[in-house]
Design a protein around this ligand. Structure first.
Ligand SMILES: Cc1cc2nc3c(=O)[nH]c(=O)nc-3n(C[C@H](O)[C@H](O)[C@H](O)COP(=O)(O)OP(=O)(O)OC[C@H]3O[C@@H](n4cnc5c(N)ncnc54)[C@H](O)[C@@H]3O)c2cc1C
Ligand code: FES
Length: 257
């Protein structure tokens, strides 16, 4: 784990509310695995005090990497105002990422909703030489369908669902899973909690391996404050910290509320 100041190379709006920020750190590129996250100080003063966590979205051999984020509140609004050449104080890479490649010849199905697609692209970059991958991208509307072209450039098949039917299948991204059941699958998901819960139930009903990358509110990011704890299954109620034991978990481990 590294705490360092990193130069911003670019910070561009890619869709309403969504931004991609490119940064330069050969060290982070060299040491990160897909699903790990960075804890970023978004302001130079104490407002907001706490860092904000973001998954690593993509890496390049040149030592550059990207985060993809949605503006949802004060911290992400501040991040969206940052300019090229400014520096960010970054802690990471943190946490445990996705376990891959999967056993046998299973097709890896990556399922992302909204900003949940962010860490799945890094996974695709690392895994597409090793296994067949299909990506399912979901959003409420067409605007929220992100990274379709980027996955296609890697030669990966992409299927899309929007809740309002403005692009692809009309309905939930989880609807698209049924059509894939004829082949042997391993699922990797990131997105809103209700989506992850549905995917987890689906995978347990069909006996599929499924890893989910969870988002919980974080303070320290390094296992000290217990602020990010989630309930997991066990003989009595047990908790795990998203920042240390996660953010990626086996779906069957999670006690979904
Ligand atoms: C491991 C991890 C990886 C993440 N990766 C990404 C990513 O790649 N791209 C991205 O856009 N976002 C990601 N997030 C979520 C991101 O950290 C939050 O959206 C961000 O911290 C919000 O900060 P804010 O100050 O703008 O919002 P706040 O003002 O703090 O909150 C605004 C709203 O967002 C909700 N919110 C805030 N933080 C979280 C959170 N951690 N989980 C769920 N809801 C939250 C609040 O409940 C509130 O409704 C990740 C979170 C975690 C834990
Ligand atoms: S954020 Fe402090 S223990 Fe996870």
């Amino acid at each position: 784990m590294l705490q360092t100041k990193i130069k911003i190379l670019a910070n561009k709006k890619i869709a309403p509310e969504y931004y991609k920020m490119a940064l330069e750190s050969p060290e982070i590129v060299r040491t990160s695995t897909p699903g790990q996250f960075l804890h970023i100080r978004v302001s130079n003063n104490s407002e907001p005090l706490l860092r904000r966590p973001f998954g690593i979205h993509s890496i390049k051999d040149t030592g550059e990497f990207e985060i993809l984020y949605r503006v949802v509140g004060k911290g992400t609004a501040l991040l969206s105002k940052k300019k090229a050449e400014e520096e960010l104080d970054v802690l990471g890479p943190l946490g445990n990422g996705f376990k891959f490649p999967v056993a046998g010849n299973e097709t890896m199905v990556l399922i992302g909703g909204g900003a949940g697609i962010a860490p799945l692209f890094f996974l695709a970059q690392k895994a597409h030489h090793l296994r067949q991958i299909i990506v399912l991208i979901g959003g409420k509307t067409k605007d929220q369908v992100l990274c379709e072209e980027e996955f296609k450039k890697l030669g990966i098949e992409v299927r899309i669902a929007t809740e309002d039917g403005s692009y692809g299948h009309k309905g939930l991204v989880t609807d698209l899973l049924n059509a894939l059941l004829h082949t042997s699958l391993s699922i990797f998901a990131c997105g809103p909690l209700p989506m992850q819960k549905r995917i987890s139930i689906f995978s347990s009903e069909h006996n599929l391996s499924c890893q989910v990358s969870l988002e919980s509110r974080m303070a320290c990011g390094i296992g000290a404050c217990l602020g990010c704890a989630i309930k997991v299954k066990g003989e009595s109620t047990t908790y795990k910290r998203v920042c240390i034991e996660g953010p990626v978990f086996e779906a069957k481990e999670i006690m979904w509320e």
